[in-house]
Design a binder for this molecule. Structure first.
Ligand SMILES: [Fe+2]
Length: 266
């Protein structure tokens, strides 16, 4: 049986009773990407869910996003050579604020490839961060998690990773880590761009005993939400597959944005 799974209907934004900052929440629409499932899924019951935001496909946003990702370089002191940008910030009272911080580190047990190294990455620009479509994506992701407390009651840390997977004829683009894993934090992966001539890059979800549950070819605009404590996740390596429209020197890539919200002090 082939089916699609959808987000639950969203509640209408509530007016701010204090009147200090108005709440205009983003919305995430159902994705039309077909995946093979035995039953519908939901974040609460299954640990993963798929949504979609069509606005990222607009030509104007695509050109801004492509220029931004095209300027990213591989992280300094990083073994993985994907071009990447990061940005850390806070979400409070329905507003984002962003820090100037380019360093990032994970414990070695979470990312053995990098061995706990302090890596330094390019920073995602203010222009992209404050673009209405980026904000729509971020607010939509926040809403979908259905946190107990609103951003008026609780401060949330926001962590963004913008990654370009760009294989060449000689070299696959390797996700990091490549095996099924957990990140120790809930996350959402948003596909912002996907060119022709790419093979691989499938998203896979496993149960905690490493049994595969589902594999998806995410489309542009799709968002995969993963509750980290409940499932393992993986992205398969990407290869360049020259086709009829391909010519030497033509770049092919898959651009994603990883979005993580964490209540501060929890
Ligand atoms: Fe991960």
């Amino acid at each position: 049986m082939t089916t699609t799974f959808q987000l639950n209907p969203k509640r209408a934004p509530k007016a701010d009773s204090e009147g200090t900052c108005s709440a205009v929440a983003g919305m995430v629409a159902p994705s039309s990407t077909a995946i093979r499932l035995l039953k519908p899924t939901s974040l609460a019951e299954d640990g993963f869910e798929l949504g979609h935001i069509e606005a990222v496909k607009s030509p104007a946003y695509q050109s801004i996003q492509e220029a931004e990702y095209g300027g990213f370089t591989p992280g300094r002191n990083a073994k993985n050579k994907l071009s990447r940008g990061t940005r850390f910030g806070a979400f409070s009272c329905d507003a984002f604020s962003w820090q100037d911080r380019g360093t990032y580190s994970l414990p070695a047990e979470l990312n053995p490839e990098e061995g706990g190294a302090i890596r330094e990455f390019d920073q995602i620009s203010d222009e992209v961060l404050t673009h209405p479509t980026t904000e729509k994506v971020l607010r939509g992701v926040f809403r979908t998690w259905k946190f107990e407390k609103s951003s008026h009651q609780q401060l949330y840390q926001v962590q963004l990773s913008a990654i370009r997977y760009e294989p060449t004829i000689e070299t696959p683009a390797w996700p990091s880590p490549v095996e099924p894993h957990q990140d120790m934090v809930d996350g959402a992966i948003v596909v912002l761009n996907l060119t022709e001539n790419i093979v691989g890059g499938q998203s896979r979800i496993y149960d905690l005993d490493q049994r595969p549950l589902v594999q998806m070819d995410l489309a542009v605009g799709d968002i995969l939400f993963v509750r980290d404590a409940e499932v393992l996740h993986q992205v398969t390596p990407l290869l360049l597959e020259p086709g009829p429209n391909w010519s030497a020197g033509r770049r092919s890539y898959r651009d994603v944005l990883l979005v993580r919200f964490q209540p501060v002090g929890r």
